[in-house]
Design a protein around this ligand. Structure first.
Ligand code: ZN
Ligand code: ZN
Length: 139
Protein backbone atom coordinates (compact mmCIF):
# COMPACT_ATOMS: atom_id res chain seq x y z
CA UNK A 1 0.00 0.00 0.00
CA UNK A 2 1.29 3.43 -0.94
CA UNK A 3 1.66 5.37 2.27
CA UNK A 4 3.29 8.60 1.29
CA UNK A 5 2.34 11.19 3.87
CA UNK A 6 2.39 14.87 3.02
CA UNK A 7 2.05 17.96 5.13
CA UNK A 8 2.62 21.67 5.36
CA UNK A 9 2.73 24.64 7.68
CA UNK A 10 -0.29 26.92 8.01
CA UNK A 11 0.86 29.46 5.38
CA UNK A 12 2.03 26.78 2.95
CA UNK A 13 5.56 28.10 2.41
CA UNK A 14 6.98 24.88 3.88
CA UNK A 15 5.74 21.61 2.40
CA UNK A 16 7.07 18.14 3.00
CA UNK A 17 6.52 14.53 2.12
CA UNK A 18 7.38 11.40 4.00
CA UNK A 19 8.14 8.38 1.84
CA UNK A 20 8.27 5.67 4.46
CA UNK A 21 6.27 3.69 6.92
CA UNK A 22 5.20 6.00 9.73
CA UNK A 23 6.32 4.77 13.15
CA UNK A 24 4.57 5.04 16.48
CA UNK A 25 2.69 8.20 17.30
CA UNK A 26 2.51 9.56 20.80
CA UNK A 27 1.09 12.39 22.83
CA UNK A 28 3.68 14.45 24.70
CA UNK A 29 2.48 16.45 27.68
CA UNK A 30 5.87 17.95 28.61
CA UNK A 31 6.10 21.68 29.35
CA UNK A 32 8.13 22.48 26.24
CA UNK A 33 5.74 20.67 23.88
CA UNK A 34 2.76 22.38 25.48
CA UNK A 35 4.28 25.83 25.09
CA UNK A 36 5.56 25.32 21.56
CA UNK A 37 2.19 24.14 20.28
CA UNK A 38 0.03 26.48 22.37
CA UNK A 39 -2.27 23.54 23.05
CA UNK A 40 -2.41 21.02 25.91
CA UNK A 41 0.11 18.64 24.26
CA UNK A 42 1.69 17.75 20.98
CA UNK A 43 1.26 14.58 18.93
CA UNK A 44 4.43 13.39 17.22
CA UNK A 45 4.86 10.68 14.57
CA UNK A 46 8.19 8.90 15.02
CA UNK A 47 9.70 8.78 11.52
CA UNK A 48 12.92 8.06 9.63
CA UNK A 49 14.82 11.28 9.03
CA UNK A 50 16.21 10.06 5.68
CA UNK A 51 12.68 9.58 4.29
CA UNK A 52 11.45 13.03 5.16
CA UNK A 53 11.84 15.48 2.29
CA UNK A 54 11.14 19.16 2.56
CA UNK A 55 9.85 19.84 -0.94
CA UNK A 56 9.47 23.60 -0.65
CA UNK A 57 10.56 26.31 1.72
CA UNK A 58 12.89 25.76 4.64
CA UNK A 59 12.49 25.50 8.38
CA UNK A 60 14.13 27.28 11.26
CA UNK A 61 15.18 25.37 14.35
CA UNK A 62 15.24 26.15 18.04
CA UNK A 63 17.42 23.93 20.22
CA UNK A 64 17.04 23.20 23.92
CA UNK A 65 18.43 20.59 26.28
CA UNK A 66 15.89 17.86 26.99
CA UNK A 67 15.49 16.13 30.33
CA UNK A 68 18.03 13.57 29.16
CA UNK A 69 20.67 16.31 28.83
CA UNK A 70 20.73 15.76 25.05
CA UNK A 71 19.77 18.43 22.58
CA UNK A 72 16.28 18.64 21.15
CA UNK A 73 15.65 20.83 18.13
CA UNK A 74 12.14 21.90 17.27
CA UNK A 75 11.70 23.07 13.69
CA UNK A 76 9.07 25.51 12.48
CA UNK A 77 8.10 27.67 9.53
CA UNK A 78 9.92 31.02 9.75
CA UNK A 79 6.99 32.78 8.02
CA UNK A 80 3.98 31.62 10.04
CA UNK A 81 5.61 29.91 13.04
CA UNK A 82 3.81 26.57 12.67
CA UNK A 83 5.68 23.82 14.52
CA UNK A 84 6.53 20.99 12.11
CA UNK A 85 9.30 18.65 13.28
CA UNK A 86 11.27 17.67 16.37
CA UNK A 87 14.73 16.14 16.25
CA UNK A 88 16.66 14.67 19.17
CA UNK A 89 20.38 14.07 19.55
CA UNK A 90 19.42 10.76 21.17
CA UNK A 91 17.83 9.55 17.91
CA UNK A 92 19.96 11.11 15.15
CA UNK A 93 18.34 9.03 12.38
CA UNK A 94 14.82 9.93 13.39
CA UNK A 95 12.45 12.84 13.36
CA UNK A 96 9.07 13.39 14.95
CA UNK A 97 6.58 14.89 12.54
CA UNK A 98 3.90 16.99 14.22
CA UNK A 99 0.73 15.06 13.46
CA UNK A 100 -1.33 18.23 13.19
CA UNK A 101 0.75 19.43 10.23
CA UNK A 102 -0.11 16.39 8.11
CA UNK A 103 -2.51 16.64 5.18
CA UNK A 104 -3.91 13.29 6.37
CA UNK A 105 -3.95 13.67 10.18
CA UNK A 106 -6.77 11.14 10.42
CA UNK A 107 -4.31 8.34 9.51
CA UNK A 108 -2.47 8.77 12.81
CA UNK A 109 -3.37 6.69 15.84
CA UNK A 110 -1.38 7.62 18.95
CA UNK A 111 -0.29 4.52 20.85
CA UNK A 112 1.05 6.00 24.09
CA UNK A 113 1.34 9.24 26.03
CA UNK A 114 4.48 10.60 27.60
CA UNK A 115 5.11 13.02 30.47
CA UNK A 116 1.53 12.71 31.73
CA UNK A 117 2.78 13.98 35.09
CA UNK A 118 3.00 17.43 33.45
CA UNK A 119 -0.46 17.23 31.85
CA UNK A 120 -2.80 20.15 32.49
CA UNK A 121 -6.16 19.22 34.06
CA UNK A 122 -8.00 20.10 30.86
CA UNK A 123 -5.89 17.82 28.66
CA UNK A 124 -7.61 14.76 27.27
CA UNK A 125 -5.97 11.66 28.70
CA UNK A 126 -6.92 8.34 27.11
CA UNK A 127 -6.97 5.94 30.06
CA UNK A 128 -6.64 2.95 27.75
CA UNK A 129 -3.22 3.94 26.38
CA UNK A 130 0.12 3.10 28.00
CA UNK A 131 1.25 6.20 29.88
CA UNK A 132 4.68 7.30 31.04
CA UNK A 133 4.16 9.91 33.79
CA UNK A 134 7.80 10.97 34.10
CA UNK A 135 9.06 10.61 30.58
CA UNK A 136 9.10 8.47 27.51
CA UNK A 137 9.02 4.68 27.04
CA UNK A 138 12.26 2.96 27.99
CA UNK A 139 14.39 2.48 24.88
ZN1 ZN B 1 4.32 28.79 7.17
ZN1 ZN C 1 7.43 16.92 24.87
Amino acid sequence: MEKKLTGRCMCGSVRYEYDGEPGESSYCHCDDCRRVTGGPYTVGVFSQAAKLNIICGSVKGYTTKGNSGKEITREFCPQCGSPLFTRSQMFPDSVWIKAGSLDQPELIKPSCQTWTQCAVPWAYIDESLPSYPKGTPPT
